[in-house]
Design a protein around this ligand. Structure first.
Ligand code: SF4
Length: 704
């Protein structure tokens, strides 16, 4: 007899609800949940193929370890494996201090998993060295929201797409990366043919193909464009002076700065026509509510925080925020990057959007956890964390549900860090990711369809996931592994309070504690419980105690979560990309997603039908650039950057201007005889968000 349970898709931040069908402990099907507000029954090709990834291929099924990296892994058992991990971590902490260990986790973990990892590092061990692959994804959006609006909180909801008069889509390709959001855009356009769609993307993407106006700017020139749009809005008196006066600070210095940012000035920098910049500004202010949708094209930049601030300025200056169809809406890359931030799972954050740098916030968290203090020293963000492994400053790292040997920039340096580390633990669903080659200890974790817990999607909506089938082999839930390890480590460190720190027997107990930490905060979910989510379905935050529903939109009353309740304009200036094309490497290489693959393909790479569209990574290139190099479609080419080269096939792409090329991000050495695009990319980071500039690198291309 088959049965269905409710869960979510484990891929992107749209957070589509799914119904998982199982029979006899085996997942046999998946369909969209017609009751889930994010997707109303729809799924994209990746989501609709999820059941095909749940057949046990490539799974890590029991703990394993190796005495040296040169030796093959040997099967172990949980008690031996966790005792070994606790012994090695305790020895390193005793000899070198708590900051000699680190945790690198994932936006694909559930909120409950994230919560206990954060408590383990900051509450038990006393280090803030806990960072996540969300650092590569949304940290510039976080910093941009906090600088301008005062809190890490996307103010919009998916229903705003249908209510918008103008959509400004920048640095995002929802047609492939957030397909169910793209379906909503198509529906909105069909219902309202007058809707204006502006797409800002250096490449004519699948999303740009439906745009009324495609601004194919030079890579990294977003701030110049948005500042010039603000210049036009001010010059043509299309701003909302009453809103600015009542609800914001800092407009005058920014207005003075953008006074020089004429459309002609920006046109020369961005490589688009000045009249198109004027048109975009007029549509933004004059075609009904304006909604901005943006993602990694803004975030993955050495000035990503200011990219985000510059687009948010357009909304604050026109009062286009907190209203149906209006606002700045960052599209989350991973399924639970939001939930991870909510519990403070980054090196600079604490539970419930508290700031590590704030002594009062540290004291609040210490009181909530019943410990004397939370360490004040900032932890290492992702790129610095792996540099510290390479230098020997950090000696042991625990990696969960992510594959840094493929996904971080400057891979040679990351792999050198992993190789130098004294002890590497990998907690994973799959057995043979690129990172597994560096692991001393492998711990099998449950995956999609097997876990219980919660996730938060791009519109702040929390969904409860239920397990459809039992854990395979000896795999355990991520939170269970952390709690068991924490208790053993606490005993070895002689911590008498460890059982009080980790009392949990269920994921629900962790969620209940997380709920308590949010009371009185901007994301207050004091009114939520597993029972309420069960009865009433997914809910948006905030949802304080006594509320009857979550809040669809934030800042409708014009009050922002800053000390004085006012939003801030920030004087942001155009900055060039870190690597500029030159005579040796004259091409700008961009990267992005394909429709049918997800991240490093550890899951989607298992499904043959997802390869039908693209079975290998191809470099897309401008036709004239190819002719200059005597290249034809299908030729093998060597793509050379400052840090190395890779060999792939090349295809002409009429959607790329001369001097630009594009490569999908998914492939690593596991799926081809070459490293992926991140081997070429540098590790320069944004000074505010610490997010690396993954989206741009200078290269040369030649026949291989
Ligand atoms: Fe999954 Fe995203 Fe596709 Fe929805 S849009 S089914 S969340 S990959």
């Amino acid at each position: 007899m088959s049965q269905e349970v409710k869960s979510t898709c484990c891929y992107c931040g749209v957070g589509c609800g799914v119904l998982i069908r199982s029979e006899g402990g085996v997942i046999i099907g998946v369909r969209g949940d017609p009751d889930h507000p994010a997707n109303r029954g729809r799924l994209c090709t990746k989501g609709a193929s999820l059941h095909l990834t749940a057949q046990g291929h490539g799974r890590l099924l029991h703990p394993a370890w190796r005495p040296t990296r040169e030796q093959p892994v040997q099967r172990s058992d949980w008690a031996t494996a966790l005792d070994l991990a606790a012994e090695r971590f305790a020895a390193i902490i005793r000899e070198h201090g708590p900051d000699a260990v680190a945790f690198y986790i994932s936006g694909q973990l559930l909120t409950e998993d994230y919560y206990v990892f954060n408590k383990l590092a900051k509450g038990l061990i006393g280090t803030n060295n806990v960072d996540t692959n969300s650092r590569l994804c949304m940290s510039s959006a976080v910093a941009g929201y906090k600088q301008t609006l005062g809190a890490d909180a996307p103010p919009c909801c998916y229903e705003d797409i249908a209510a918008a008069g103008t959509l400004l889509i920048a640095g995002a390709n929802p047609a492939l990366a957030h397909p169910i959001v793209f379906r909503q855009i198509e529906d909105a356009r069909a219902a309202n043919p007058a809707m204006r769609i502006i797409v800002v993307d250096p490449r004519r993407s699948e999303t740009a193909a439906i745009a009324d106006l495609h601004l194919a700017i030079r890579p990294g020139t977003d701030i110049a464009l948005f500042n010039a749009m603000l210049h036009v809005l001010i010059a043509e008196d299309r701003i909302d002076r009453d809103y600015i006066a009542a609800h914001t600070d800092g407009f005058a210095p920014l207005a003075e700065l953008v006074g020089e940012c004429t459309p002609q000035w920006a046109a020369a920098i961005c490589g688009v026509a000045a009249e198109d910049i004027v048109r975009a500004a007029r549509w933004f202010a004059g075609s009904g509510p304006a909604l901005s949708l943006y993602c990694q094209g803004l975030n993955q930049s050495a000035h990503g925080t200011h990219n985000n601030a510059a687009i948010i300025h357009l909304h604050l200056a026109t009062g286009q925020i907190g209203k149906p169809g209006a606002g700045p809406f960052s599209l989350t890359g991973q399924p639970n990057a939001m939930g991870g931030r909510e519990v403070g799972g980054l090196a600079n954050l604490l539970s419930a959007h508290r700031d590590l740098a704030n002594p009062a916030h540290r004291a609040e968290v210490a009181a909530l956890w019943g410990i004397p203090s939370v360490p004040a020293r900032p932890g290492k963000a992702a790129v610095d964390l792996f540099k510290a492994l390479a230098s020997g400053e950090i000696k042991a790292v625990w990696i969960a549900c992510t594959n840094p040997a493929q996904s971080l920039p400057n891979q040679a340096a990351v792999r050198a860090g992993l190789a130098r580390a004294e002890f590497v633990v990998l907690q994973e669903t799959f057995a043979d990711t690129d990172t597994a080659a560096y692991a001393d200890l492998l711990l099998p974790a449950t995956g999609w369809g097997e876990k219980e817990g919660t996730v938060t999607n791009s519109e702040r909506r929390i969904t409860r996931l239920r397990s459809a089938v039992p854990a395979p082999g000896e795999a355990r839930h991520d939170w269970q592994i952390v709690v068991d390890f924490g208790r053993r480590l606490g005993q070895k460190l002689g911590n008498p309070t460890v059982d009080r720190l980790f009392p949990y027997k269920t994921a629900e107990a962790i969620f209940t504690e997380h709920v308590a930490t949010t009371r009185g905060r901007d994301l207050d979910i004091g009114g939520l419980s597993y029972a309420l989510l069960e009865q009433r379905g997914p809910q948006q935050w905030p949802f304080p105690e006594g509320a009857t529903s979550g809040r669809q939109r934030l800042y409708a009353n014009g009050r922002f979560p800053t000390a004085d309740g006012r939003a801030r304009f920030v004087a942001v200036r155009h900055q060039a990309t870190v690597e500029q094309p030159d005579a040796a490497r004259p091409l700008s290489l961009l990267s992005g997603r394909l429709r049918d693959q997800w991240h490093g393909m550890s899951r989607t790479g298992l499904v043959p039908r997802l390869f039908n569209l693209d079975d290998e990574p191809c470099l897309a290139m401008n036709g004239d650039d190819m002719r200059q190099r005597q290249l034809a479609d299908g030729d093998l080419v060597r793509v050379s950057g400052a840090r190395g080269d890779i060999v792939v096939r090349v295809v002409a792409d009429a959607g790329l201007a001369a001097g630009r090329c594009w490569l999908p991000m998914h492939w690593g050495s596991r799926f081809m005889n070459s490293a992926g695009v991140n081997a070429l990319v540098g590790d320069a980071v944004d000074p505010h968000s610490q997010q690396p500039e993954l989206k741009h690198v200078a290269v040369e291309v030649a026949a291989a």
